[in-house]
Ligand binder design. Structure first.
Ligand code: ATP
Length: 495
């Protein structure tokens, strides 16, 4: 069985004696594989975990550079080194361009030099892998204004702290974060429940970056709507030829996340067969790539999430009870945005600041009636939908404030419909079904304004001082507007 703790090195040379000498030299520190031809070398690359290739330049069938060009095409991450008897500057440039050669070693080589080259190459492989991982994580990062951190890693960590989950004081999200912070330090699985867009993934990242594993990788896999075979190969990896299209070996995410955390989103959607596969992994801590006979032990913390009611799924027999208990040592629930309306203005402000910096479009903020609508709307898509709405408004905005006229019909209409009277005698529902109808912008805006006035008065139980305060109007200003729109308590609005 391959020793995955030592870097794998492949030595290719048609001279058995040369191969043997190099192998003996490197054997103490590396897992060494040897091949007497390029063809044999390619076969080994397909099946073994190899990070560095040393190849002789002069071989009968293909040259070292030609062989390493093929290696580059199929395994670009592998570090490639040529051993050659002569050095011609033009050959070097050609080899660097076509085969991406990391280094040339000239014959006769010194053992110390060869060993040092092997060590540096293995280190380079690791650094490159780490770099790729951080770049991937940074791609997913929300841009953070005013954050100056020393390193990329620190930037990632800073962005995903628990206070990166924006919420108002006293929000139910505070309690969720408190519990998550407590469980972060324990090496136990966490199940995050909540509707789509509520911030489950953000919470999972905060758990990882708040845990002792924070220096290790964090990977996400969306398990929903993806066929079993693909999911299996994504998570567990596969060997070349394991199925049609498996052109090369592939390292699964569970192995890549070794030492760190994997976030399995939409876990409630996995098939019964895959539930068994996952349960086995959780019980044994071992993975076996598709098409391979070898198992490997990995240490990965699992944070799973679903928008489904998983206990109901268990009761209905669609989700295995044993897997449910394995995953849910600690269960956290992200509340929907409509159940935490106080978070809306804080989140809206945060999102607007972030987007206006990211898109270089400074705006002062939201008009009071815009905020009132944002707070009244139900947000079935939660924070993600709020983000999209604000982005849309930012694109359309021509002034320096986001006015209600920029809101989508959906939000305007939904906000109005949600603004139910506190009791029947408090008055009629605002006639905001008119909003969706056509007409010149000015009259549509007036209809929106009238609706917002009505909604605010209903919510403030017709306390006009409170409504005026909330709307940022003087009492006189409010009265003028009410007269203009013919709004009074107990009467149907005339617009
Ligand atoms: N409290 C919050 N503070 C700041 N941003 C948030 C917050 N909650 C969610 N977001 C943002 O909203 C978007 C959706 O969040 P996230 O992807 O974490 O939700 P989710 O519940 O995992 O969604 P899904 O179930 O659809 O995968 C992300 O861009 C995230 O950064």
């Amino acid at each position: 069985m391959t020793d995955t703790t030592r870097p794998g090195i492949l030595v290719v040379d048609d001279e058995p004696r040369s191969v043997e000498v190099i192998a003996r030299l490197l054997d103490e520190e590396f897992e060494v594989f040897t091949a007497l031809s390029a063809e044999e070398g390619l076969r080994l690359l397909e099946t073994e975990w190899i990070q560095v290739v040393f190849s002789d330049q002069r071989m009968p069938e293909v040259s070292g550079v030609e062989f390493l060009t093929q290696v580059r095409e199929r395994w670009p991450e592998v570090v490639r080194i040529v051993i050659t008897g002569y050095i011609d500057p033009e050959d070097i440039i050609g080899a660097i361009n076509t085969a991406g050669i990391h280094q040339f070693i000239t014959k006769p080589w010194h053992p110390d030099h060869l060993l040092l080259t092997a060590r540096n190459a293995a280190k380079m492989y690791q650094l490159q892998r780490e770099h790729d991982r951080l770049t991937n994580e940074l791609k997913l990062l929300p841009p953070v204004a005013e954050t100056r951190v020393a390193s990329k890693r620190e930037r990632v960590r800073q962005s995903y702290r628990f206070d990166g989950l924006v919420r108002a004081e006293g929000s139910p999200v505070e309690e969720v974060c408190r519990q998550a912070e407590r469980v972060a330090g324990f090496n136990v699985p966490v199940l995050v429940l909540g509707e789509t867009g509520t911030g489950k993934e953000l919470l999972a990242r905060a758990i990882h970056y708040g845990s002792p594993r924070s220096d290790q990788p964090f990977y996400c896999e969306n398990c929903g709507a993806i066929p079993d075979e693909l999911l299996e190969s994504e998570l567990f990896g596969h060997k070349k030829g394991a199925f049609t299209g498996a052109h090369s070996n592939r390292l699964g995410l569970l192995e890549q996340a070794d030492g760190g955390t994997i976030f399995l989103d939409e876990i409630g959607d996995i098939s019964p067969a895959f539930q068994v596969r996952l349960l086995r992994f959780l019980q044994e801590g071992e993975i076996r790539p598709v098409g391979s006979n070898e198992t490997r032990r990995v240490d990965v913390r699992v944070v799973a999430a679903t928008h489904r009611d998983l206990t109901a799924e268990v009761k209905a027999g669609r989700f295995r009870e044993d897997l449910y208990y394995r995953l849910s040592t600690m269960t956290l629930t992200m509340p929907p945005l409509r159940d935490r309306p106080d978070d809306i203005p804080v989140l809206a402000r945060h999102i607007l600041d972030r987007l206006s910096v990211a898109h270089g479009k400074p705006v002062a903020g939201f008009a009071p009636d815009t905020l009132a609508c944002l707070e009244a709307y139900g947000w079935p898509g939660n924070v993600r939908e709020l983000q999209n709405e604000i982005m849309r408004m930012l694109v359309l905005c021509e002034g320096d404030t986001l006015g209600a006229e920029l809101l989508s019909d959906q939000v305007l209409r939904g906000a109005a419909l949600n603004a139910r009277p506190a009791s029947p005698e408090d008055g009629p529902l605002p006639p905001l079904d008119l909003i969706g109808q056509g007409g010149p912008l000015k009259s549509r805006i007036e209809r929106v304004e009238a609706g917002i006035l009505m909604e605010t008065l209903v919510r403030c139980r017709w306390n006009k001082s409170k409504a005026a305060d909330e709307l940022g109007l003087s009492r006189m200003g409010l009265r003028a507007k009410l007269e203009r729109y013919g709004i009074e308590r107990g009467s149907a609005q005339r617009h």
